[in-house]
Ligand binder design. Structure first.
Ligand code: ATP
Length: 235
């Protein structure tokens, strides 16, 4: 579904991605792992159009995204949940959810979708009229994911949802991401520092180091490879 080939991108003199190749199958969960500064966030930002590549190709169902405006990339079904979520703290939970469906013309479908989000993330429902500022870290991360899902994306890009959350909350979020693939047929590209959690739900894992791909394997194979784990994943 998503094909990245020879992708090079950076900031000024910094080359954050250097010839990255990657293929993501529809309905799968792919983890992007690697140390701080490996280029994981840059990869997501380049796919969603926030950063323009210097070279290479990013194709969604064969269509090149590299030169499309961000709003067009969103319309094609790509949603990006940035690190720390990016929910609007002054707005209520429900207002944040509705924002995520801004591109949906059908208001009834939007209302249905918002209701589904309360089913998927039960802690959000009793808090629907509260400002997002009052939510815990885990609830905010749920809201960020739910907001992205309100737009019914086909490809969900999620940047370090586990950051700062208790292990129990992380496990719950990972299980939701897995369900989105298995039950909804959505495709997830998940950036994580928490490699162990990500590998527990991923189909495939890609390891980045200094902007290049050093491993691209089924998640189970990577989890069993102690050499790679020690070298790049810290466990
Ligand atoms: P982290 O887990 O810390 O977010 P990462 O794997 O996501 O790490 P990136 O954030 O993609 O890594 O960063 C890749 C490289 O690009 C790093 O060397 C980083 O310092 C650099 N970089 C990232 N953002 C910028 C920026 N806005 N300006 C300049 N350099 C940047």
């Amino acid at each position: 579904m998503l094909e990245v080939a020879g992708l090079t991108a950076g900031y000024g003199a910094v080359r954050a991605l250097d010839g990255v190749d990657l293929a993501v199958e529809e309905g799968s969960l792919t983890a992007v792992l690697g140390a701080n500064g490996a280029g994981k966030t840059t990869l997501l930002r380049t796919v969603s159009g926030l950063l323009r590549p210097r070279a290479g190709r990013i194709a969604l169902d064969g269509r090149d995204l590299a030169r499309l405006p961000v709003e067009e990339i969103v319309r094609l079904g790509v949603a990006h949940v940035p690190q720390s979520g990016g929910v609007i703290t002054e707005l209520t939970v429900e207002e944040n959810l509705r924002l995520g469906g801004l591109y949906r013309r059908d208001r009834r479908a939007l209302a249905r979708r918002v209701a589904q989000m309360y089913e998927l993330f039960p802690p959000l429902e009793p808090r629907r009229s509260r400002a997002a500022a009052t939510l815990s870290g885990g609830e905010r991360q749920m809201l960020a994911l739910a907001r992205a899902l309100t737009g019914a994306p086909r490809l969900l890009l999620v940047d370090e949802p586990s950051l700062g959350l208790a292990p129990r909350v992380v496990a719950r979020l990972m299980a939701v991401l897995r369900r989105l693939c298995d039950e909804d047929g959505r495709t997830v590209l998940l950036v994580e520092q928490n490699a162990r959690s990500a590998l527990s739900v991923a189909d495939r894992a890609v390891v980045l180091d200094l902007g290049t791909v050093v491993a691209d394997e089924p998640a189970g194979v990577l989890a069993a490879d102690s050499r790679l784990r020690h070298a790049y994943l810290g466990f």
